[in-house]
Every structure is written in C-alpha cells, then in structure tokens.
Design a protein around this ligand. Structure first.
Ligand code: AMP
Ligand code: ZN
Length: 113
C-alpha cells in the first residue's frame, strides 16, 4: 500500500487522530496552517475529486458535516473557519487521497494565494 493516507487509516503510520468511524478518519495536519488544521479523509481510497462517482456522495457529505462538527466542538462555529479540497497541480494537491482541510483560529485570506 503506497498511499500515505491509506497507511494512516490502516494505522501503519502514526497520526494525531481526532475522530474516526466506519466511513472516515480525521487527524491533525502535520504542518498546520492555522491554530486548528484538521484533515478529514474517507476510508475508501479515491485519488482526487475528479475520481468521485455517485456512490461517494454519502461519505463526502459526512466529511463536510464532520468538519463542521469538529469546528463547532472547538468553538469556531460563530467566528468561522474554512473547509477546502485541493485538486491536482493547480489546486495544490500533494497527497492523492481525497481529503478535506478544515482550518480555524485565525482570519484566513481570500482569494487564496
Ligand atoms: P494537499 O496539499 O491538499 O494534498 O494536503 C496534504 C496535506 O497533508 C498537507 O497539508 C500536509 O501537511 C499533510 N500531511 C502530509 N503528511 C502528513 C502526515 N504524515 N500526517 C498528517 N498530515 C500530513
Ligand atoms: Zn489512499
């Protein structure tokens, strides 16, 4: 298994997990870009957003809802936060297993660089 996030999901590589259930895993980003920077990944390996099919819709929805829940648990619901998927080179994707970044705790710039 060569995918980094599949290896984290399988417990082969340590990660600071903050949530897991039968469909998804959430863990702290190793190089946080904000006071809170959590990654939420589906257990199923899907390389990029371009590879999503209809069957993935429930887990993608669960990922987004879980990101909102984690932000709310930490008191960021009112202040706000950012949830983002990067796709391929121009999107800045570096790990090819779909993941939702959830960033909070500072004012985030828009448009992104
Ligand atoms: P992206 O650039 O959108 O593909 O995001 C990949 C993210 O994975 C980056 O923010 C990295 O800091 C993060 N990352 C890389 N390796 C690890 C790891 N071993 N544990 C946690 N996060 C990681
Ligand atoms: Zn994977």
């Amino acid at each position: 298994m060569s995918c980094l996030f599949c290896r984290i999901i399988a417990g082969e590589i340590p990660a600071s997990k903050v949530y897991e259930d039968e469909h998804l895993v959430a863990f702290n980003d190793i190089n946080p870009q904000a006071p809170m920077h959590v990654l939420i990944v589906p257990r199923v390996h899907v390389a990029t957003l371009n590879d999503l099919v209809k069957e993935h819709s429930p887990v993608i929805g669960e990922m987004v809802r879980r990101g909102a829940a984690i932000a709310a648990e930490r008191g960021y619901a009112e202040r706000g936060y950012r949830a983002v998927f990067n796709c391929n080179q121009d999107g800045g994707q570096s790990v090819f297993h779909v993941h939702l970044h959830v960033l909070a705790g500072r004012s985030l710039h828009w448009p992104p660089g």
